[in-house]
Design a protein around this ligand. Sequence first.
Ligand code: ADP
Length: 303
Amino acid sequence: TVVVVGSINVDLTVSASPLPRPGETVSGTQFSTLLGGKGANQAVAAARAGARTLMVGAVGRDPFGAVALDALRADGVDVGWVEEVDGSTGVAHIRVDSRTGENSIVIVPEANGAVTAERVRAALTAAAPTSPVVLLQLETPLEVTVATASACADLGLRLSLDPAPATPLPEEIWAGVWLACPNETEAEVLTGTRVTDVRSAERAARWFLERGVHQVVITRGGRGTVVVGPSGTTEIPAFGVTPVDTTAAGDTFAGALGAAVAAGLPWPVALRRAAAAGALATTKPGASPSIPTAAEVDTFLKG
Ligand code: ADP
């Protein structure tokens, strides 16, 4: 089982070119309403990778809450621990320049701010007998991050933390983190080491290892992945693809890796599947629509 503690948003995306300047109104060409949020993306990625997946989070009692819950259910994600709270569901308001592909995003956390330490503890305690891998990001309140790390330490659960969006964190959380999977920017914000190659990635990784993290996986987009843990440093080269939209590559990687670890796959095999899933996610536009299934990853790895 994979348990995801994290954010659930509805992504409201419009396309136009050029995008309006402040005070200006333009007519756009496309609009979509899709499930998003790092937590939900990772849950969809884990479920499509074949894991039994349980989401812990919150949505509002509004039409977007139903959109989000329906989309999670459609991918087979168990939403039994998604609380419906008064007010609005989290939204990401995304504007894409249809010519350059550049985007600007405003995220309003709304219901994601209502996830509490108590709920997370209760959910993890209930799920503990299945020895889940737990996936966490940083789009829910700090008390949720702290509670998830301490509950995972108490219950002996393997916690994978994707520290995004990057923000300084209390030292105490690292003892509860089994796997940290920052990208280069996040690794720099947390460790102060600028990651530009394998050596500097290794230096940044050491910062996490010194704080009790067991495995560190630094994702470097099209430049591959550096993995530092008990068996030393390995580099997973990026698969050769033609990226069209890198949104959710990191979430896909984290979700697929969590599913592979939960399935008991050998570590190198798990990393290779996650890298393949991340690469595939860049070949299609959008967040959740671009997340591949296990069958798509199989076909890609055979080809
Ligand atoms: P984030 O979205 O968090 O910044 P990355 O961009 O590092 O994360 O992507 C996560 C993983 O997805 C990478 O480690 C890599 O395996 C894969 N990936 C991302 N971008 C590409 C790319 N352009 N080509 C091949 N693989 C990619």
